[in-house]
Design a binder for this molecule. Structure first.
Ligand SMILES: [Zn+2]
Ligand SMILES: [Zn+2]
Length: 497
């Protein structure tokens, strides 16, 4: 069975065929660093991570890019905010830096596969300016009062993602932009000057104290004067810079379909004449009670707090229990259930491994466990190929845990082959795809050690590619001297601490 996924662009479930049969180009619309990441973000991250892992499981190389929005009026609004001993940040980049540090730590604590690059807006201003200039030259954008707007009437496909005709598109941008625009639905690619006082006021919290009265944020030079990039243009510029004009998968929250993603398509396709992304995947909302969990509503649980309170494995279990494109609601009861399920799965794994490693391993007995394993593997695979249905995939693993327990409870002799295959299945699918860690040891140190080993293995790989085999062997020997076992497999080097 091949992978099929729901494409928002066509509104249909389609067979996945990347442009290059070996590598998938994937862009995830990342976070604006104006606050701590919360459970809703963690949910999207975990699902994107599972999608990344499943694509790799299917044999694709995954080139995953995830932007960090560090230029935004919400960040500017927090400049000078009193926090602890001093201000959160003295300027926009200072506030952003503080939240980026937390964001990267949060990602690491959730056991996420690394993206290839986490590009930041502040480092891509020249690419953004170039793209805006191209759009003006091609007649899709116009300058007005030092700002530049995209002319939606010039792009006949406008509305194709959110399924609306141009005439029905609602007005975009702030009230005071209206007089500068040809059409109320036109949107800003570049905004003259800094962030307005009104915008800062809108995002400030009356219960907090601020040392800076009128922060305006950073501005950059451009052919149209000093200013700041619009929000949407960043993702077009960064996706094209780090991946290609045309990519395979673009993922984001359902609330980004309009206007963000609609505008990304318009800008990118107008500029290049090529399809921007072939598959548009949207993660559904994460709710708290009957509200969306969000920073602006203030009803959120920060990732760092959730990891500490519940543990990474139960959190991943909780997220996997609802597929990415269904709404999930947070509740204590749902978390408790996830904790209980995780404990059940981990206990079964531990039992299977210790039985499989017990001394009578040569006794031969066949049992129905072998069939249960193969059933679980094919159900898991079918579920993941069916639009990344983690809920069903997880059910297959839990069922296998039940079958393994029944075998261990009932048999007077063990089916060693069945047990070993069960352990391998838990490892390949539970750890490899759903991202659990059966070692139980998910503290920061263990993760850091693993990441350092990966880093050295990457170095070794590039030495080999450069033909420096002697140096590559040295690196491997150094790792082995530290007790790291390295094995070269068809999927690249693997290691054991
Ligand atoms: Zn996007
Ligand atoms: Zn985006």
């Amino acid at each position: 069975m091949t992978l099929r996924l729901s494409n928002t662009l066509s509104g249909e479930r389609e067979t996945f065929e990347p442009a290059d049969p070996d590598d998938v180009l994937l862009y995830y619309c990342g976070l604006t660093v104006s606050d701590e990441a919360h459970l809703g973000h963690a949910r999207s991250w975990v699902h994107v991570d599972v999608i990344h892992r499943w694509l790799e499981h299917l044999g694709y190389g995954v080139r995953h890019v995830e932007n960090i929005t560090d230029v935004n009026e919400k960040i500017v609004a927090r400049v000078g905010e009193r926090a602890g001993d001093g201000p959160l940040g003295k300027d926009e980049s200072g506030v952003a830096r503080e939240f980026i540090r937390q964001l990267l730590a949060d990602m690491r604590s959730l056991n996420l596969q690394r993206a290839e690059v986490y590009p930041r807006v502040s480092e891509h201003i020249s690419e953004i300016v170039d793209l805006v200039r191209t759009l003006i030259e091609k007649g899709y954008a116009y300058e007005s009062n030092g700002s530049v707007y995209f002319d939606v009437a010039e792009f006949p496909d406008y509305g194709k993602l959110s399924n609306q005709s141009i005439d029905d598109v609602e007005a975009q941008g702030a009230e005071d932009e209206r007089s500068e625009k040809r059409n109320p639905a036109d949107f800003a690619l570049w905004k003259a000057g800094g962030v307005s006082e009104a915008a800062v006021k809108e995002h400030r919290n009356e219960d907090r104290e601020y040392d800076a009265d009128n922060p305006t944020g950073e501005t950059w030079d451009s052919p149209w004067g000093e200013g700041r990039p619009g929000w949407h243009i960043e993702c077009s510029a960064m996706s094209m810079t780090h991946l290609d004009d045309s990519i395979d998968i673009h993922i984001g929250g359902r609330d980004l379909v309009f206007p963000h993603h609609e505008n990304e398509i318009a800008q990118s396709e107008a500029a290049t004449g090529k399809q921007f992304a072939r598959y548009w995947l949207h993660a559904d909302l994460f709710e708290m009670g009957d509200e969306k969990m969000s920073s602006s509503l203030g009803n959120f649980i920060p990732v760092s707090e959730a990891v500490e309170r519940f543990g990474v494995n139960p959190l991943r279990m909780f997220f996997a229990s609802a597929s990415y494109n269904s709404t999930q609601t947070y509740s204590e009861a749902a978390i408790d259930e996830a904790i209980e399920r995780w404990e059940r799965l981990e206990a079964a794994y531990d039992r299977v491994v210790s039985a499989a490693d017990s001394p009578d391993a040569r006794t031969k007995v066949e049992s129905p466990l072998r069939e249960s394993v193969e059933d679980a593997r094919s159900s898991f695979t079918d579920a993941m190929n069916d639009d990344f249905n983690t809920r069903e995939a997880l059910a297959a693993l839990l069922e296998l845990a039940g079958a393994a327990n029944r075998h261990l409870d009932g048999a007077d002799r063990y089916d060693y082959r069945g047990l070993r295959r069960t352990a391998e299945t838990f490892e390949a699918f539970g750890e490899g795809v759903l991202g659990f860690d059966f070692g139980g040891d998910t503290d920061g140190e263990a993760t850091l050690a693993g990441e350092l080993v990966e880093l050295v293995l990457k170095l070794r790989e590039s030495e080999r590619e450069a033909g420096n085999y002697g140096r590559a062997d040295e690196l491997r020997n150094d790792l082995e001297a530290l007790g790291v076992e390295v094995q070269d497999t068809d999927n690249g080097p693997e290691y054991r601490l």
